[in-house]
Design a protein around this ligand. Structure first.
Ligand SMILES: [Zn+2]
Length: 392
């Protein structure tokens, strides 16, 4: 089994008609991916365990007896019609690293773990990094259990259907204590490394980011008989919201996106009765994100309901510095994308990231891409990092 063989294993799992992936948490596709992870890890002789948050851990050595350990890995779920690399590249690379170290006769001085985090994208239930947030206590288990997907299925029943113990869902200090440090390899979601002219970089910081829901009320009515002046049309507020968010982001050096809306009842010849819109906003500083939100309020839009907020994360500077040095002075980049690495860092785990060059910079799309040579360079880099951190 090589990097290529494992990569090929995943190519058809959860593939959507348009070529992207629909790998949503706690679906049958997700179960296939989790079973693949367990089987692949066991094939390498690793001990696989779950935790109280639904994440999977594969250990080389005993993290309780000899830990804490050096953990690598990422996630396997995707956004709707996502790319192949976001998440799986980190998991497949981590398994390839273990295979190579085993083959080379490496004797770890500390246990090595491969993590497969559950529900990183939040595509189904709306909360990003749900698995790692539950693990650290950043997401309340009662709130998680009650989250609903678009069909009204709760996270609790989806997890139970996937065979999870939902009663004991929640923070897992024992699982967390096993993690001495965490290095997540991830495809870059931008073109920083293209500009640097190098295949692998190191993550230094994650921008603060949040998700807000805006409920825009209206009144259903006939599209052919209701005079314009008599309408209460929430689509006009939606249009104002989209433009206001874009303008505010431009003013404050932020990014703001309305990428999901729900229109009720959604008929072509009727005025909508209600619109729900979700806003994603991020920036290098919290002040800039909050300034975007404040500008929306000035535009007279209803107050946004905060569904998730992640403060800025500075990854462990000593670890990041030593990883960058180990990789011959690899560039250190900040990212606007959230990651399980950020959640662990916020919980006090020394954490760093490796990014693999993405020639187009496109991510969360079927066009997300990384060259095979760059992926293999990522495996090389992660191998050196693990050898260094888990070595004698
Ligand atoms: Zn990811």
């Amino acid at each position: 089994m090589s990097f290529d063989a494992r990569w090929a294993d995943l190519l058809d799992v959860g593939r959507a008609p348009g070529g992207g992936y629909r790998r949503f948490a706690w679906t049958s596709v997700d179960s296939t991916l989790r079973e693949w992870f367990v089987a692949s890890a066991q094939e390498l002789g690793l001990d696989v365990t779950g935790d109280r948050a639904g994440n999977l851990w594969a250990w080389w050595g005993s993290p309780d007896a000899d830990g804490p350990g050096v953990v690598v890995g990422s996630h396997l779920d995707s956004v709707p019609d996502g790319g192949a690399y976001d998440g799986p590249l980190g998991v497949v690379s981590a398994l390839a690293v273990v295979e190579r170290l085993r083959r080379d006769g490496f004797r770890p001085a500390r246990p090595i773990g491969v993590a497969c985090f559950a529900d990183e994208e939040g595509a189904r239930f709306g909360v990003a990094c749900a698995g790692s947030r539950l693990l650290t206590g950043a997401l309340d288990p009662d709130r998680a259990r009650a989250l609903r997907d678009a069909d009204g299925t709760t996270m609790a029943s989806a997890m139970a259907a996937a065979g999870l113990d939902v009663q004991h869902l929640g923070p897992d200090q024992q699982a967390l204590r096993r993690v001495g440090c965490f290095v997540e390899l991830h495809v870059e979601q931008g073109r920083g490394l293209v500009h640097e002219g190098t295949a692998v970089g190191v993550g230094g910081a994650i921008w603060p980011h949040g998700r807000w829901r805006l409920d825009l009320p209206g009144r259903a009515d006939h599209a052919g008989t209701t005079a314009l002046a008599d309408r209460l049309d929430p689509m006009l507020d939606l249009a104002r919201l989209v433009l206001a968010a874009r303008d505010a982001a431009g003013r404050h050096g932020a990014l703001a996106t309305v990428g999901k809306v729900r229109v009720q009842p959604g008929s072509v010849n009727g005025i909508a009765s209600a619109v729900t819109a979700w806003l994603d906003a991020r920036a290098p500083s919290e002040a800039a994100v909050r300034a975007v939100l404040a500008d929306l309020a000035l535009d007279g839009l209803p107050s946004p309901v905060e569904e998730s907020w992640t403060p800025p994360t500075v990854l462990d500077s000593a670890l990041t510095g030593s990883v960058a040095a180990l990789l011959g002075g690899a560039p250190v980049l900040a990212t606007g994308a959230g990651h399980d690495a950020g959640v662990l860092a916020a919980a006090g785990v020394p954490t760093s990231m490796l990014f693999v060059r993405n020639p187009t910079g496109v991510s969360h799309s079927p066009h997300e891409q990384a060259d095979r040579d760059d992926c293999l360079a990522g495996v090389d880099a992660l191998t050196r990092v693990v050898e260094h951190l888990a070595g004698p």
